[in-house]
Design a binder for this molecule. Sequence first.
Ligand code: FDA
Length: 497
Amino acid sequence: EPGAHVPALVIGTGYGGSVAALRLAQAGVDVHMVEMGMAWDTPGSDGKIFANTTSPDHRSYWLRTRTKQPLSNFLGFPIDKDVPRYTGILDAEEMGGIIVYQGRGVGGGSLVNGGMAVTPKRENFAAVLPSVDADRMYSVYYPRANAGLGVGTVDPTWFETAACYQYARVGRKHAQRSGFPFVFVPDVYDWDYMEQEAAGTVPKSALAGEILYGNNYGKKSLQKTYLASAKATGRVSISPLHKVTSVAPASGGGYTVVIEQLNTTGGTTATKTVTADRVFFAAGSVGTSKLLVSLKATGALPGLNSEVGKGWGDNGNVMCGRANHLWDPTGAVQSSIPCSGIDNWAAGGAFAEVAPLPTGIETFASFYLSITKNPHRAQFSYNAGTGNVDLNWQTAWKQPSIDMAKTIFDKINAKEGTIYRTDLFGTYKIWGDHLTYHPLGGAVLNKATDNYGRLHGHPGLYVIDGALVPGNTSVNPFVTITALAERNIEAIIAADL
Ligand code: FDA
């Protein structure tokens, strides 16, 4: 309610925000969460909450009039299409040299992502978060995050015969024939449910190509895990379709938070002001960075230091496809949930997920999303002319990622006598180097904040999301974001409340 006072206000309902809300509530603190996206709890006219990848509609994209599909082309044909402008679930945010895909709605990225729940290898952790005690992370916070998220792994016996993982078995064969370690990748998708989908006894989601625009069944998004537990405490309330636009010190202590209420075409229907004793920035790497950079530049939060906006990376994301021989079909029905990867991190700086191409027809294609050790870091800055926050990422900065991914796929192609697909990202374009699914950094731990996410210069303000992570996690990021949030909120509750 306008004019209200809350002990703790959380901006955003993704991984960091959900962990903060649950743990604060369990410690007896009333929490209000503000989320710019929709609640995603009500079926549309087709009886489903979420749209399928094969038929994107108004629900699929955040305030766009045309889809912006990560794979823009297929067999030479562009596949994007017009859709009504709506506060849909996937934001394809164009930030100069890169398109940053993000989830919008209660649950943040957990609504749209593939659910791959990967803990970095212990030996890589020091490079991921150098100021964090790795022993505590691996003995306490990673296990806590994995339990809270409901992480599991495909049954290896079922995997061997499941038609929907033919593509992963082909990926394994090719990886192993070239001498690369092949690993199973854990996921928050309910593996028992997927086996029932394959058996035809339940409504299909992973086996119906659902991913990117939400899963109607099977996936344990934050709505089903952390946020359900948070709501069950009775101390957490959530306002969907509300966007925080300002945070500034209040005269009587605490912070004044300005919030715009949105309608489903993105218009502002009301502007509300509340006060909060503590504010947790959990708007995601881009959302948190944009807020902090503009609040510092406009003088609302003058005490923030010069590290705010720095250290942003794309987790080295780059995509590619390979064209297999006719004796290596990858399957007409592919599970949209990946379950495996090729680990060449130590030797080549690349960890490649064996990804699906759930088109519903046999494509003879192998498709991969690689996470690479890309060294480039970009910076957010306030543009006084437009009032926007810009990011100085350069498209050419993806070249190291391409080179690292090639350490895997050039070798496999040579061994198998195969070539790259050139029809997935445009005409004769091999590399999907225009995007990231994994934005990280912009308010880096122990730089813009102290070693637990307390923002320098303004007591009571915290960062608790992917903005803390300096640009790369060596694997998919959300388990690390969750575990770091668990670590930080424990310290904050113990010392600050
Ligand atoms: P997150 O982005 O989850 O949440 C931020 C929330 O804040 C959003 O709901 C947003 O709408 C809201 N918000 C932003 N600004 C606001 C404002 N001003 N006011 C109010 N609300 C605001 N990772 C992984 O580990 N495994 C995987 O398989 C995948 N796959 C994948 C696929 C796709 C398509 C995408 C887009 C992403 C992934 N990811 C992934 C990445 C993963 O989803 C991502 O790293 C996390 O969601 C980031 O968590 P955060 O808590 O940082 O923010």
